[in-house]
Design a protein around this ligand. Structure first.
Ligand code: HEC
Length: 209
């Protein structure tokens, strides 16, 4: 008996929920009260109209601007094609690194909460391979592209091109690949060879669907 009355109460309140969303203000629900199903139908109509017309119902986000779209579609190729104008040195990049990267990757890019970016060179064929940018990545331009696209982790796209050249120069300096005052730009960056440049072989296995 008590079980079935319990179920009845549950059922009634459930119907109430289905008829009018509980989250709506009481007055709104009461105003619509005489015909809950009609009210729901109107809600659906309203929602449909909103989707078709103005999508900004939540107030979150904004329509991507053409600048944002072209930034997202940006690709830098191994030979440097696609690199924008700009310049930076390791000396300048040290400050950028300390401000925007060190908290996660460690003061000397040795790894902290996020991965080590330097070190591990020559370890890939050892018992304990350490994959880092220094030990594994074949192209400096990929590092540039990656940082531009996705770092700092919590604010990708926030660095200027000069800051990216500089912070990349700083990392390459920690790897011993450039001097402190060497200027990196769209001409010089692709000429610097990463240690694992020739560590990849073409995958000649047949493609699978
Ligand atoms: C809030 C923490 C945070 C900050 C700040 C940050 N990173 Fe990262 N970084 C990460 C995480 C997490 C990953 C791994 C992301 C993944 O695998 O999707 C990563 C990955 C990377 C990688 C790829 C490493 C690899 O071997 O795959 C590079 C390069 C890098 N970050 C550079 C930078 C630079 C340069 C900055 C500063 C401009 C920076 N990061 C700032 C958290 C951070």
């Amino acid at each position: 008996m008590s079980r079935s009355s319990h179920r009845a109460v549950g059922t009634r309140s459930h119907t109430g929920c289905a008829g009018v969303p509980a989250g709506l203000p009481k007055e709104t629900r009461e105003a619509a009260g005489l015909a809950p199903s009609l009210f729901v139908a109107l809600l659906f109509l309203a929602a449909g109209a909103t989707v078709a017309g103005e999508p900004d119902q939540t107030g979150l986000g904004h329509e991507a601007t053409s600048e944002e779209l072209s930034a997202a579609g940006y690709t830098v190729f191994p030979d440097g094609k696609g690199l924008p104008e700009g310049r930076g040195t390791a000396r300048e990049g040290k400050a950028v690194y300390q401000q925007f990267c060190a908290a996660c990757h460690g003061r000397n890019a040795q790894g902290e909460d996020a991965a080590a970016l330097v070190g591990g060179r020559g370890s890939l064929t050892s018992e304990r391979p350490r994959k880092t940018v220094e030990s594994y990545w074949p192209y400096t331009t990929t590092l540039w592209d990656y940082v531009r696209r996705s770092m700092p982790y919590e604010a990708p796209g926030s660095l200027t091109n000069d800051e990216i050249y500089a912070v990349v120069a700083h990392l390459l300096n920690l790897m011993g690949l450039v001097g402190e005052n060497d200027v990196l730009d769209q001409e010089s960056l692709p000429t610097i060879e990463m240690p694992n440049r020739d560590g990849f072989v073409p995958d000649d296995r047949p493609d699978t669907q």
